[in-house]
Design a protein around this ligand. Structure first.
Ligand SMILES: NC(=O)c1ccc[n+]([C@@H]2O[C@H](COP(=O)([O-])OP(=O)(O)OC[C@H]3O[C@@H](n4cnc5c(N)ncnc54)[C@H](O)[C@@H]3O)[C@@H](O)[C@H]2O)c1
Ligand SMILES: [Zn+2]
Length: 397
């Protein structure tokens, strides 16, 4: 673990809440190489004399436990709560076990909780913190790129039910997010790629300089270079904070973050959450959204913008889309079942070239099922091909 270099650690803040009985507040974010060491003295008063429960993924605890020790040293007592690795952690049963263990260990309303791991541990830990004794304060220490740029930011916590992902949860903002990019050096290339797709998703609409940086530094980023990752995580986190602050409860703008996720979720669920990582499925979802946007004809998305994104996604060397395991009718049916679908229909986030330059995301509900079906068939054949405007099966139904 490199020593903390203050110049390498960025400080951001996310303001949230207000309204109803929600008093509002702010989360602090420390991001960069050495963020853990940087955060330790700053969190000392928060931890001093308290019990801290650490909800951790065992491989992360094994590989990076020493880096966390410095952070939690100020606590009166530390109780580690290892959880199953990956999505298996996000169940009501695991949450129940943690609540019981916390009670047995003498947890109180002013005890502290720290999550240590990827988005799965973060989502579970935030949920457990949000419900335990009606809510204890917690800090997220995300250790995957996806969690550092996305899952740990915005206060959404959840566990899964057998019938659906993230079906039981609540908004519970962490007191702080400590995103140390030095931890990402051990992340497999596929996990880095998956997280980078979320970065690209945000950069495309919100931060052209970030998109250019990803294009320029792609090899270092995919290799887990902590110094190259630091400014990228900082800029992506800032972009997400901007969206979340303007739309805390996901009524409008926050849905832009769903770019690529409409089809991405359907593909993930059709594959039984195997074969493709989340970000990889989202990359295919982005390619499909590009196709729908391009098929809406001239004046919608500048072809150069679509090609640029396609070229970048191609450089990620995604695992191939298992088209044999995917069927058009099944995907269409899953699209309708998506948690984010409205009664008025499936909501697509489609990119459009903005009058002022750049690309904006537009929420579109009027894509007919027939149109989706026709494009899906062509997409499964060749996901990277652009749509030919309208004639490729467009037309308004
Ligand atoms: N709350 C939100 O707003 C939000 C947003 C996006 C995603 N999510 C959730 O995040 C979850 C996915 O998170 P994820 O992609 O981080 O996956 P994950 O938490 O399942 O972690 C993936 C793998 O990486 C390993 N790992 C973690 N840190 C490592 C490190 N530093 N070095 C080596 N290996 C490491 C883990 O042990 C695990 O095997 C999903 O459940 C998703 O629903 C939540
Ligand atoms: Zn995502």
């Amino acid at each position: 673990m490199p020593a903390a270099d203050p110049a390498a650690v960025s400080e951001l803040r996310l303001r949230w809440g207000g309204g109803g009985d929600d008093a509002g507040g702010a989360s602090r974010l420390w991001i960069g190489v050495g963020a853990l060491a940087h955060a330790a003295p700053r969190l000392e008063p928060w931890l001093a004399g308290r019990t801290v429960f650490v909800v951790a993924q065992p491989p992360v605890l094994e590989g990076h436990g020493a880096a966390l020790d410095a952070l939690t040293a100020a606590a009166g007592r530390r109780v580690d709560l290892p959880v199953p690795d990956g999505e298996a952690a996000k169940t009501v049963a695991v949450a129940g076990e943690l609540w019981r263990a916390m009670l047995d260990a003498g947890g109180k309303r002013d005890s502290r909780l720290v999550t240590f791991g990827g988005g799965s541990a973060g989502d579970l830990g935030g949920f457990v913190a949000g419900c335990f004794l009606r809510g204890v304060e917690y800090v997220q220490v995300p250790t995957t790129l996806l969690a550092q740029v996305d899952a740990a930011i915005g206060g959404k916590t959840a566990v899964d039910l057998p019938g659906g992902k993230n079906t039981v949860g609540l908004f519970h903002h962490p007191r702080a997010v400590v995103a140390d990019t030095a931890l990402l050096a051990s992340l497999p290339r596929g996990e880095l790629r998956s997280g980078l797709v979320e970065v690209v998703k945000m950069a495309f609409f919100l931060d052209d300089a970030l998109l250019r940086r990803v294009e320029d530094d792609l090899e270092d980023l995919l290799a887990g270079d902590a110094a190259a990752l630091a400014p990228v995580v900082t800029a992506a986190a800032a972009a997400k904070i901007g969206v979340v602050e303007s739309d805390v409860r996901e009524g409008g703008r926050r849905r832009l973050l769903n770019f690529g996720h409409t089809l991405g979720h359907a593909v993930e669920s059709a594959l039984g959450y195997r074969g493709l990582r989340h970000g990889e499925a989202v990359a295919y979802g982005i390619l499909f959204a590009l196709r729908l946007a391009e098929a809406r004809g001239p004046g919608w998305l500048d072809p150069a913008a679509g090609d640029r994104l396609r070229r970048l996604l191609a450089r990620l060397e995604l695992p191939p889309l298992p088209a044999d395991a995917l069927a058009v009718d099944d995907l269409v049916e899953r699209l309708g079942r998506d948690k984010k679908a409205r009664e008025s229909g499936v909501v697509w986030v489609l990119p459009a070239s903005a009058a002022a330059g750049g690309v904006e995301g537009r929420m579109v509900t009027e894509v007919g099922a027939g149109e989706v079906r026709r494009h899906l068939a062509a997409f499964l054949d060749d996901p990277f091909a652009p749509a030919t405007p309208r004639s490729a099966g467009g037309g308004v139904l």
